[in-house]
Design a binder for this molecule. Structure first.
Ligand SMILES: [Ca+2]
Ligand SMILES: [Ca+2]
Ligand SMILES: [Ca+2]
Ligand SMILES: [Ca+2]
Length: 324
């Protein structure tokens, strides 16, 4: 106990030493207004979409399949801008998605090079994806403003699943719009060949990325551009109730995590403000979902399709009027 006290006092002393020294004159920039920053980010993103064209590699089965390179359209050049693919009937196709967060509606652009032929993740599943990330900046030199792109990361051969519940919001909002490809093939040299996977590019305003904090070499308040290939997905069960999160998607739109506050989440059965994928008692009848999907005779959970239904036709765990 005394030892603990000693450490505590030491900690306080150390902290106060730090807070009293040198940095008294340093100023901390207040958090920027989300709406103003978003307007500025969208100007940068739309300029990027209007002034660049893409070159896509078609090389089925090879690691560079669907690699995409952005190049500035030269003066007088006739290359189609990325923006010219907006709502295209074929591919590439530039689409956008409204994302409500921080009391504003973000416009998240994403370019579909190929949709994929397999399964789509929901917005909290795991993804195995190769990707390349760039940040966009307007740099002013001698009165001339230039849009610059800086690559900060590239993962060509991903080794681990990344949970969309933990990545930046822009990722979780974009990946459910894409699908994986054919079943991966393990080749004789030990590498894996992926074909017909979904591939695209997302253009993320800073409010759906790192915003004021930045990350590593990424400065604060910069929009990010990620090109990516969706190789595989992993179904996760965030609340550990035995129902994978993608099956806790009541309206089937592949988005179970609602970002905006004060908005009714269609995937919250008992309406307690806790979405089913993180609610251990989905129907709020005080019987946990884990218990409601268990076969009382064996103590083992029923397979999802065999979970008993009530007279209402709803499954036990989604009907507050019945339980085991
Ligand atoms: Ca679950
Ligand atoms: Ca709930
Ligand atoms: Ca229940
Ligand atoms: Ca119930």
């Amino acid at each position: 106990m005394n030892k603990f006290k000693y450490y505590f006092i030491l900690l306080i002393t150390t902290l106060s030493l730090f807070s009293c020294s040198k940095n008294d004159t340093a100023t901390v920039e207040p958090l920027r207004d989300y709406a103003i920053q978003n307007t500025s980010d969208m100007t940068v993103i739309e300029e990027y979409l209007n002034t660049n064209y893409i070159t896509v590699t078609n090389n089925p089965g090879a690691p560079d399949d669907q690699d995409v390179v952005f190049t500035k359209i030269p003066a007088g050049g006739s290359q189609p801008s990325v923006m010219s693919y907006k709502n295209n009937t074929g591919f590439p196709k530039l689409l956008s998605k409204d994302v409500v967060l921080n009391n504003i509606t973000y416009n998240l652009y994403y370019l579909v090079l190929r949709e994929g032929v397999g399964e789509s993740p929901c917005n909290v599943d795991g993804v195995l994806a190769s990707y390349k990330g760039n940040f966009l900046e307007q740099i002013s030199t001698a009165g001339v403003t230039t849009l610059t792109t800086t690559q900060f990361e590239e993962v060509k051969y991903p080794q681990q699943m990344l949970s969309l519940f933990s990545t930046i919001i822009g990722w979780g909002e974009t990946f459910p719009q894409f699908k994986t490809g054919d079943k991966p093939i393990l080749k004789a040299d030990g590498t894996v060949s992926f074909t017909n996977f979904g591939a695209g590019v997302m253009f993320i305003p800073s409010g759906l990325a790192y915003y004021a904090s930045g990350s590593g070499t990424i400065p604060a308040y910069v929009p990010l551009v990620f090109s990516f290939k969706l190789y595989e997905i992993q179904r996760l069960d965030q609340d550990g109730d035995g129902i994978p999160s993608y099956l806790e998607d009541i309206n089937g739109d592949r988005y179970v995590r609602a970002l905006a506050t004060g908005v009714v989440n269609p995937d919250d059965t008992d309406g307690d403000g806790i979405a089913n994928f993180v609610d251990v008692d989905d129907d709020g009848d005080n019987y946990t979902t884990k218990l409601e999907i268990k076969n009382p005779a064996t103590g083992i959970a029923y397979p999802f399709a065999s979970i008993p239904t009530c007279t209402s036709g709803k499954k036990n765990y989604l009907d507050p009027t019945c339980h085991p």
